[in-house]
Write a protein that binds this ligand. Structure first.
Ligand code: NAD
Ligand code: DAU
Length: 336
């Protein structure tokens, strides 16, 4: 197995990347992390504040900056690439930053990996596979054909393809993971679960798209972190692994769970304009990761994880408050 000692985590000030940095600092005391993050609207240095300075260093910069990569990549033994424009609704309103960060950014990282000969793990999404019908018993596997629906997911699909081509042509040491919907602490208030929790705290009615029937396969972000570490250290080169924890639920069920847990009448929400091209259902079969690499999720009680997440947003209003008004103004302008 591969034992990295000095890794770069791109997007380490975002939701999932920062949870991964916390995970590595806690679970792997001999590893140093360099976070490379541009601190876009979605990045917040508070997400990694308080971690030991001798374990975590923040470099504020753009993954598209080839000169910066040339300066910082030497001396590291792996890049774990989380940085992205990540929100579907934003990609529908303005796709351009998604092309730049998700496609060009991945290209720049691959070129740096090629030049400096280090290990690369690519963090991607189940959305590259498009969607499943609500009544389809099938789930996504590593051999499901790519069929992305949104500007966001099409740029993630493109980035996965670059990784595969660079691996085959230049012999890079890479792995890819495609994970389902994450929840947990430090998730931006634009995303479904934090948006509804913080709306309720603010006395604003939650907003449900379409009929609320769309299904997402929820996984606690801590389980995503342990899975990425497992693939980074034990994954076979050139392979793709799907990450999921059997967490399928439709949106209206999740919303009503949140409302009941927060003491609200579960019918006290607004139906709002549906997302154009809205994917119906995602579902992950993670058998390959479980049988080949022995990974198991640890957070199997969704209700318990949701309660803890609600408590985290109640306790950390100072963290999310600065982003809330602008996020809701953007949604309002879109009728959502
Ligand atoms: P996020 O939007 O919370 O964070 C993205 C981070 O990347 C931010 O810190 C931002 O500042 C940084 N960033 C953006 N552009 C950059 C650039 N050009 N250079 C350097 N840094 C830049 O995203 P997230 O939800 O934490 O998602 C992280 C990754 O995981 C993404 O690649 C996403 O596609 C993937 N993913 C997300 C989910 C999910 O449920 N959210 C599921 C599967 C995969
Ligand atoms: O599947 C993995 C993907 O999950 C990641 O690749 C993305 O980066 C991440 O943003 C997430 O994408 P979704 O589009 O599934 O997540 P989002 O939180 O935006 O929405 C979840 C579901 O809730 C979706 O069906 C749309 C719906 N929704 C969302 C919002 C913000 C609502 O009904 N109301 C809302 O206010």
């Amino acid at each position: 197995s591969f034992e990295p000692k000095n890794i770069i985590v791109t997007g380490g000030c975002g939701f999932i990347g920062s949870n991964f940095v916390h995970h590595v600092v806690r679970e792997h005391p001999d590893v140093h992390v360099t976070v490379l993050d541009k601190l876009t609207y979605a990045g917040n240095r508070e997400n990694i504040a308080g971690l030991p300075a001798d374990r975590v260093e923040l470099v504020v910069g753009d993954i598209c900056d080839a000169e910066l990569l040339d300066r910082i990549v030497p001396g590291h033994d792996a890049i774990v690439h989380y940085a992205a424009e990540s929100h579907n609704d934003n990609s529908i309103a303005d796709p351009e930053p998604f092309l730049r960060t998700n496609v060009e950014g991945t290209f720049r990282l691959l070129e740096a990996v090629r030049k400096h000969g280090i290990r690369y793990h690519h963090v991607s999404t189940d959305e590259v596979y498009g969607d499943l019908a609500l009544d389809d018993p099938a789930r996504f596997t590593e051999s499901t054909p790519y069929k992305p629906s949104s500007p966001y997911s099409s740029t993630k699909a493109a980035s996965d393809m670059l990784v595969r081509a660079w691996t085959r042509t230049y012999g890079l040491r890479t792995t890819i993971s495609n994970c389902s919907n994450n929840y947990g602490p430090y998730q931006h208030v634009e995303k479904f679960i934090p948006r509804q929790i913080t709306n309720i705290i603010d006395g604003v009615r939650p907003k449900l798209y379409g009929k609320g029937e769309n299904v997402r396969d929820w996984i606690h972000t801590e389980d995503h972190s342990s899975a990425v570490w497992t693939i980074l250290t034990k994954g076979r080169m050139g392979e793709t692994y799907l990450i999921g924890a059997d967490g399928e639920r439709n949106n209206i069920t999740v919303l009503r769970m949140i409302m009941e847990m927060m003491g609200e009448d579960p019918d006290d929400f607004d139906w709002v304009r549906d997302r154009p091209g809205h994917d119906r259902r995602y579902a992950i079969d993670s058998a390959k990761l479980q049988t080949e690499l022995g990974w198991r999720p640890a957070h199997n009680d969704f209700a318990e994880g949701l309660k803890a997440t609600i408590e985290w947003y109640r306790a950390n209003e100072a963290w999310w408050r600065p982003a809330k008004a602008a996020t809701e103004a953007r949604y309002k302008a879109q009728g959502q």
